[in-house]
Write a protein that binds this ligand. Structure first.
Ligand SMILES: Cc1ncc(COP(=O)(O)O)c(C=O)c1O
Length: 370
């Protein structure tokens, strides 16, 4: 069998055995819906979902009532726009974004702004492409990408939000932690953010599950209606919703994925982050004449371009070697515009990668580039 090297962890992780086993066990032996039944088996599922929620809450320093299950970061980010704009009296807020943003966290706001005639302002970046805390503009709603999927650097979220709060106590702060969660510790109380989101599949859980943290879940209007979120319907005017977080969870949850996510968190907590591999590969790539590195050595990933070679040509050639790395704009158009390039090549590692993989990939890249 041909050797396959998967170095695209930032797109999606390969799955740890413990995640797979927990999902197979649930599907084989314990499956039932959650929040719907009163038999012992259904009760056990409720317990498993509750346990997973507590585990995620502890992992990010929250209470379990602040943790809402979603289908991923994109789903969370789109929902946050609806939740916030349904509640805030000001329908024309000034929205502040940054060029580090992924399409999923910024586009929903760009679309809202277009339809509702709102101003969008971009936070300046400093010379290292980090959000510059000295020049944060005034605004009502802030989207903060805690770690760009192209630059791989952890932003100083607490300081950024500290500056925002010093300008406007009522500002709404939304943190995209899809990449940050893999490499840095989230502490939502320290961050003091209003919302935070990440996906399960980027930390070893299955696709189809995400987390949306809401600081004040009782304050906001819900964006979705359906089963599982209603306490009582008295009449047309009097519909009583469940308390948080259930009020945000209309419809059947991705149960299997939630159970797997709990195991993924345990697994992630025991991983060293792959810095040794990134550091080795960074040094090797920096010796290759035609390679221009975009990231710095302490980044959690490596992004680069090859002089006089289109990234898609490079992608095709490296792909033929069964090496899985990401090429293109990575759903992060704005940072590429800022860097003045159409696209880039990204290497990101996970716990399954070894130093042998790293040497093998470098050897193949050298062959293509030189
Ligand atoms: C920084 C960032 N935000 C958001 C997303 C979207 O995540 P998902 O596709 O899991 O919804 C990604 C995925 O690449 C990302 O890297």
């Amino acid at each position: 069998m041909k050797k396959v090297v998967y170095m695209d962890a930032a797109a999606s992780w390969l799955k740890p055995q413990s995640v797979i086993e927990s999902e197979v066990d649930f599907l084989t032996n314990n499956y039932a819906n959650a929040g719907r039944g009163i038999c012992e088996r259904a009760g056990k599922v409720d317990d498993l979902i509750a346990e997973s929620r507590v585990k995620i809450a502890n992992f990010i320093g929250a209470d379990s009532t602040n943790i809402v299950w979603t289908y991923g970061t994109t789903d969370s980010m789109n929902r946050i726009v609806d939740i916030v704009t349904k509640t805030l009296p000001n329908k024309h807020p000034t929205i502040v974004v940054s060029d580090l943003d992924h399409h999923s966290s910024r586009l929903p706001w760009e679309m809202y702004a277009k339809d509702n005639n709102c101003k969008i302002i971009t936070m300046p970046l400093d010379e290292n492409f980090n959000i510059d805390t000295k020049t944060i503009p005034d605004g009502d709603i802030y989207v903060i990408t805690a770690m760009s999927n192209v630059m791989g650097a952890a932003q100083d979220v607490s300081s950024i939000i500290g500056v925002i709060r010093s300008k406007n106590k009522q500002a709404i702060t939304i943190v995209d932690a899809a990449q940050y969660v893999v490499h840095a510790k989230i502490d939502v109380k320290k961050f003091d953010c209003d919302f935070l989101a990440f996906s399960g599949h980027k930390i070893g859980a299955d696709t189809g599950v995400g987390v949306m943290y809401i600081k004040n879940p009782d304050y906001w209007n819900v964006d979705k209606f359906g089963g599982g979120m209603v306490n009582k319907i008295i009449d047309k005017e009097n519909i009583i919703l469940n308390k948080s977080p259930e009020k945000y969870e209309a419809g059947t949850l991705p149960l299997t994925q939630i159970i797997g996510l709990s195991k993924a968190i345990e697994y992630l907590s025991n991983w060293n982050g792959g810095n040794d591999l990134i550091s080795f590969m960074y040094d090797e790539l920096s010796k290759i004449k035609n390679i221009k590195l975009v990231t710095s050595k302490d980044s959690s990933l490596i992004t680069f371009v090859v002089k006089n070679m289109h990234v898609l040509d490079f992608g095709a050639l490296i792909g033929m070697q069964n090496i899985c790395i990401r090429v293109g704009n990575m759903c992060a158009t704005w940072i590429h515009k800022k860097l003045n390039i159409d696209g880039s090549i990204r290497i990101s590692v996970g716990p399954w990668n070894t130093m042998d993989d790293a040497k093998y990939v470098i050897e193949k890249i050298k062959k293509i580039v030189e």
